[in-house]
Design a protein around this ligand. Structure first.
Ligand code: ZN
Length: 155
C-alpha cells in the first residue's frame, strides 16, 4: 500500500510540477488486489481539462511498476481545496503560488479579496482577474512587492 502511494506521489499535477496528485488530494481511494490497483480520483474543478491527463499519468506510473491499474473518476467525494495536504500547500508556496486559504467560513468572493502574497505574506493585494492562465488559478497583484502572483483558487 505504501509502495502504491509512493508511486502515486511521483505523478505531479500537470500545471504545478511540484505538487503530486496525492498532495493535491485528488486521489480519494486506493485498493490493492494482487497486481490490480483500483484508484479513485475526484476532479478538482469541473471541466478542468487536466483530469484525463492525470488519469493517464496515474495509469502509466502504475503500469511501469508492473501493476494493472484501474482508474475511475468519481464524484462521490467532491474535491475541495481543504484536501490539499500541508506538504502540498508548502510546495505551492515555494512554487510562488499562494495556497488556498484554510478558512472556509468566508464566501469565495471574500476569500478571493484577501489573498496572501506568497513572496512577502502581505495582504495588501488586489484581485486582477478571477481567471489566471488556467481555470484553477486566479491572478493577483501585490502592492508591497509591486508584482503579480497567482493563487490556487479555493473551492
Ligand atoms: Zn508581496
Amino acid at each position: 500500500m505504501n509502495k502504491i502511494l509512493h508511486i502515486l506521489e511521483t505523478v505531479k499535477d500537470p500545471e504545478i510540477p511540484v505538487l503530486s496528485l496525492v498532495d493535491l488530494g485528488v486521489i480519494t481511494d486506493v485498493v490493492v488486489d494482487g497486481d490490480t490497483v483500483l484508484v479513485k480520483m475526484t476532479p478538482t474543478f469541473v471541466g478542468c481539462p487536466a483530469m484525463d491527463y492525470m488519469k493517464a499519468e496515474v495509469e502509466t506510473a502504475l503500469q511501469q511498476h508492473g501493476y494493472k491499474p484501474h482508474v475511475t473518476i468519481s464524484f462521490e467525494k467532491p474535491w475541495s481545496s481543504d484536501l490539499i495536504s500541508e506538504k502540498g500547500k508548502a510546495a505551492l508556496k515555494k512554487y510562488g503560488l499562494a495556497p488556498p486559504p484554510d478558512n472556509k467560513l468566508f464566501t469565495d468572493l471574500e476569500i478571493l479579496e484577501t489573498a496572501t502574497c506568497p513572496r512577502c505574506n502581505g495582504t495588501n493585494t488586489e484581485l486582477k482577474t478571477p481567471f489566471g492562465p488556467t481555470l484553477c488559478r486566479a491572478l493577483y497583484y501585490c502592492h508591497s512587492c509591486k508584482e503579480a502572483f497567482e493563487q490556487f483558487k479555493p473551492v
